[in-house]
Design a protein around this ligand. Structure first.
Ligand code: UDP
Ligand code: MG
Length: 323
């Protein structure tokens, strides 16, 4: 198999017909043979019915259905672990990742690159969001040891060795942007004009973006724990200094301790610091808890290979399902 195209779909019944149409047109000239792997991430609309019908009508389209909504990262992983291609592309279902761009991306793999990433311009994003994400990437690149780039997402093509490297990472908490960067390999970037969604609605809310931001920092190292230690130490020094000053002031100048304001400030201030530090520790503890359960990252309920009476999971790593 020359090319696999992996597409996670969650409530995408409005985008799918057009997507399939575009892929049928765009893919044949790009590969000697290809397969499209559509992954239904527990959609509640007619997505799965559409996938069944599509796979039935055209065997180049295969599908997987997860047992519930696991999120985009697990859906992507399910698709990747099922892909048989020597080259694998990952696309969104909503045509925001124009499949036409693959014509520009795929040839770059022949130049010796193992990953080709599409980077979108932020031309018509809201100003505030652009500003926030620029600031975030500047900060996060100081904090973590892999390099993350603004505007770069999951729209990319990978060679077989890169896909296998990705599948060999067994963590449950998958911050895919970081994982793609972590596996390394020579990577090329192709720019494209940002496209807005053709149909349906985005499932991202502002809150999700913030949580995604925290994931980015915490899933890649424990530097925030170190920061917490420094912060705590700094506050302790400030408190001791202040106490010494009040004491000296009382002895030398005969001033009494300046009342309850200081007490309240100290109590509230330290309370805040302690909560922050506990929160940081909790983030890591939660992750350890999740990882230590060693649960599968997704469960399948059905695929174009047939229905599954009991949910199954595709083992990751070298003993994966026969391709
Ligand atoms: N998606 C998914 N599971 C989810 C949420 C989204 O598989 O829980 C898929 C969705 O169908 C789409 C892609 O992930 O193909 C990107 O989602 P969306 O367009 O909502 O995100 P945005 O483009 O706004 O970042
Ligand atoms: Mg989208």
């Amino acid at each position: 198999m020359d090319l696999s195209v992996v597409i996670p779909c969650y409530n995408e019944e409005e985008s799918l017909p057009r997507l399939v149409e575009v892929l049928r047109e765009v893919l044949p000239p790009l590969a000697t043979d290809f397969e499209v792997i559509l992954v239904d991430d527990g959609s509640r609309d007619g997505t799965l019915d559409l996938l069944r019908a599509t796979a039935e009508a055209d065997p180049r389209f295969r599908y997987l259905a997860l047992s519930r909504n696991f999120g985009k990262e697990p859906a992507m992983l399910a698709g990747l672990s099922w892909a048989r291609g020597e080259r694998v592309a990952i696309l969104d279902a909503d045509l925001q990742h124009p499949p036409q761009l693959l014509a520009e991306m795929l040839p770059r793999l022949d130049e010796g690159y193992h990953q080709v990433v599409a980077r979108r311009t932020r031309a018509d994003d809201p100003v505030v969001r652009t500003f926030l994400s620029r600031a975030y990437y500047r900060l996060i690149n100081r904090l973590i040891e892999v390099r993350l780039e603004d505007g770069v997402g999951d729209f990319r093509v990978l060679t077989r060795p890169a896909v296998d490297a990705l599948l060999s990472l067994g963590e449950n908490n998958r911050f895919s942007k970081g994982l793609f960067a972590w596996i390394g390999f020579p990577t090329a970037v192709v720019d494209y004009e940002n496209v807005s969604r053709e149909a349906g609605a985005t499932k991202w809310r502002m809150r999700d973006l913030f949580n995604y931001g925290i994931d980015g920092v915490v899933s890649f190292n424990h530097r925030p724990l170190r920061l917490a230690v420094w912060f705590g130490a700094l506050m302790t020094v400030v408190a001791i200094g202040y106490a010494a000053w009040v004491l000296v002031d009382a002895i030398v100048n005969g001033n009494g301790a300046p009342g309850y304001v200081t007490t309240i400030c100290a109590v509230v201030g330290f309370g805040g610091v302690q909560m922050i530090v506990l929160g940081v520790i909790g983030e890591y503890l939660g992750r350890i808890y999740v990882e230590s359960k060693r649960r599968p990252i997704f469960l399948l309920r059905e695929s174009s290979a047939g229905p599954h009476d009991t949910p199954v999971t595709i083992p990751l790593g070298p003993d994966r399902l026969a391709r």
